[in-house]
Design a protein around this ligand. Structure first.
Ligand SMILES: Cc1cc2nc3c(=O)[nH]c(=O)nc-3n(C[C@H](O)[C@H](O)[C@H](O)COP(=O)(O)OP(=O)(O)OC[C@H]3O[C@@H](n4cnc5c(N)ncnc54)[C@H](O)[C@@H]3O)c2cc1C
Length: 393
């Protein structure tokens, strides 16, 4: 099985190596023993997030001056991968907190807003959630129906309903995308707002197929008060920029799941005997393992490419989309093969392989479905092709 490739190692500095070592120990000690209980309880205790914060997992890329670690996106992706090997629900929560909520505030907040949320948001004292999705706004983020209206005192009143929001009910601060008017081109003007947890009315934790311990929430906003995050009308653009980083996190969650599933499948192929031979002696099983190994290695490289560009501050929308598209679909394939290799045992809840399989499915949906990633990639490809072939017409 692929261990940490030297290509990844080469991208890390000494401090990042130390951080990843502590993440690995944390995952073994604080996550692995509790993963099944958290899955059954459909909840991760707040103390686990606090402990994660103490080793820097809640402010991985936040600058040191604001109380974060100031690490790059390769270290970030590897940390999320490591957590997700043990529990993807924890991995996705930590990823959403870092790349979406914290990332949005970091990139668009003013000094006063930064002073209000940091270092709490980077050290585990506070959790953040990021709310774009609504019943009418899924793949089409322009469908936002939540509205925000400026008040005489300069604050904004927000009314609407948000669904499928990771950490929604437990977050201390939330980033909310809301319609604030109409643009000159007649499109909906979308702005981002920073609100406090006291401003939401939680409706429920949504029962999900996988990632059950993750807090996937719905909530209402009724006369909620918030302040603009970034300039009016820049919310949709800022949200899409956050998703470039967010998709690296989802890809890393997928990779962690694929790692766990492939390890379990390989072990079972060595231990289980049928027809007087180990399963691993049958070519049908060997080929499934080989295909899974290639899926893992290809995912690693696509994630590395996107993460290196993100760390350099270079535009990486296509690379993030490609990494997320490939790694999420690859994880579903790897988890499906792992379940098949385990036979009936794989279908039981006695071992976590069925959990990996259910958890992996979210990667193909959240933060832009596979279809949306294909739209992002093909649009860019065709735009380039138009330029390239213009002269040939
Ligand atoms: C566990 C979980 C956690 C989440 N966390 C968050 C969060 O923290 N914050 C947040 O804002 N959102 C979150 N989401 C929402 C998530 O990002 C959306 O579910 C996702 O973007 C898809 O939107 P949708 O569910 O409305 O599906 P829809 O947009 O209704 O899409 C349904 C299907 O139609 C396809 N489709 C749609 N449009 C097209 C098209 N033009 N061409 C081809 N196919 C198309 C889609 O690919 C999909 O297969 C979360 C969702 C889940 C399940």
């Amino acid at each position: 099985m692929s261990s940490l490739p030297s290509l990844f190692q080469d991208q890390l500095n000494l401090a990042e190596h130390g951080f990843l070592k502590s993440v690995s120990e944390f995952a073994e000690r604080e996550v692995a023993p509790h993963a099944e209980n958290w899955e059954r309880a459909e909840e991760i205790p707040r103390a686990a997030f606090q402990a994660a914060g103490e080793i820097g997992l809640l402010g991985v890329t936040v600058p040191k001056s604001l109380g974060g670690q100031g690490f790059g996106y390769v270290a970030y992706a590897l940390a999320i991968r490591e957590l997700s090997r043990h529990q993807a629900a924890f991995g996705i929560d930590i990823a959403a907190h870092n790349a979406l909520a914290t990332g949005h505030i970091l990139n668009n907040g003013n000094a006063a807003q930064h002073a209000r949320v940091f270092p709490k948001l980077a050290n585990g004292t506070w959790l953040g959630a990021w709310a774009l999705t609504e019943p009418e706004a899924g793949s089409d983020s322009g469908g936002v129906q939540t509205t925000a209206v400026e008040q005489a005192d300069g604050s904004w009143e927000i009314n609407g309903f948000k669904r499928y929001i990771t950490l929604g009910r437990v977050a201390d601060v939330l980033v909310i995308m809301a319609a604030t008017g109409t643009t000159e081109k007649g499109r909906k003007e979308i702005s981002a707002f920073l609100i406090d947890k006291s401003q939401i009315q939680p409706t429920r934790k949504v029962p999900t197929c996988g990632l059950r311990a993750s807090e996937t929430s719905e909530f209402k906003l009724v006369g909620a008060r918030g302040e603009l995050l970034g300039a009016r009308g820049t919310g949709q653009q800022a949200a899409l920029a956050c998703l470039d980083k967010g998709r690296i996190g989802v890809a890393a969650v997928s990779l962690g799941l694929a790692d766990a599933a492939l390890a379990a499948a390989s072990k079972h192929a060595l231990n289980r005997k049928q027809f007087g031979k180990r399963l691993g002696d049958f070519q049908a099983i060997q080929f499934m393992l080989a295909d899974s190994e290639v899926d893992v290695r290809a995912s690693e490289l696509l994630i590395l490419q996107a993460a290196v560009l993100a760390s350099k501050g270079v535009r990486h929308s296509i690379e993030s989309s490609a990494a997320k598209l490939f790694a999420s679909e690859a994880a579903s394939r790897v988890c499906n093969r792992a379940l098949q290799i385990h036979g009936g045992y794989g279908y039981t809840r006695d071992i976590p392989v069925e959990r990996y399989w259910r958890d992996a499915r979210l990667g193909e949906i959240g933060e832009g479905s596979s279809e949306v990633q294909r739209m992002v990639i093909s649009r860019a490809l065709l735009k380039d092709a138009e330029v390239m072939f213009e002269g040939a017409r």
